[in-house]
Design a protein around this ligand. Structure first.
Ligand SMILES: [Mg+2]
Length: 178
């Protein structure tokens, strides 16, 4: 497994096919990055397709834990309560502790848990350090913190010609109905 290579790459979290990309691969738990993966960084909104996807995945038996490096702990705590999804604050990604805590909360293992996030240097590398799968998504909005801009440039270089997974008919239908 290449450290800097996500196991799969998607345009948005809602493009992950719950059957093809999770259940059929034995993945039952997902650790979720927050900023720009499920919440827009600029307006702090949960896009409708993301909310619908989270609901569908939960209906299918997937459990979630938010794993955040954010310093806005109040906001993250409120989000956790609103979504009814536990949160690991001050996770210090890419260090392993946050991933391990999230896995423990969910009762998962590194074989049946996947990290989903938009940043190579934190979300993806950290998951691979722990030995779990990592799915990368394109950031929801193009507004990033200054230090992230440099990391984005590195990501483009490292992702190379890796292209997003195509939408499956089932996922397309879910999005059309959302
Ligand atoms: Mg992020």
């Amino acid at each position: 497994m290449a450290f800097f290579e996500p196991d799969k790459f998607f345009m948005r979290i809602s493009h992950i096919d719950i059957e093809r990309d999770l259940l059929s691969l034995g993945l039952k738990h997902a650790l979720l990055d927050i900023d720009n993966t499920i919440l827009t960084r600029d307006t702090r909104e949960l896009p409708r397709d993301v909310a619908v996807w989270l609901g569908r995945a939960r209906d299918a038996g997937i459990t979630f834990c938010l794993v955040s490096n954010s310093t806005q702990e109040q906001t993250m705590q409120e989000l956790s309560e609103r979504l009814d999804i536990p949160v690991v604050l001050r996770s210090m990604k890419p260090l392993p502790q946050g991933y391990l805590r999230g896995m423990r909360i969910l009762g998962g293992t590194k074989e049946d848990t996947v990290m989903i996030g938009d940043q190579m240097a934190t979300d993806i590398v950290g998951a691979h350090l722990v030995g779990m799968k990592a799915y990368m998504v394109a950031p929801l909005v193009g507004v990033d913190l200054p230090h992230t801009v440099i990391l984005r440039w590195m990501e483009r270089v490292m992702l190379g010609d890796q292209t997003p997974e195509p939408l499956t008919p089932a996922t397309q239908q879910m999005l059309d109905e959302a």
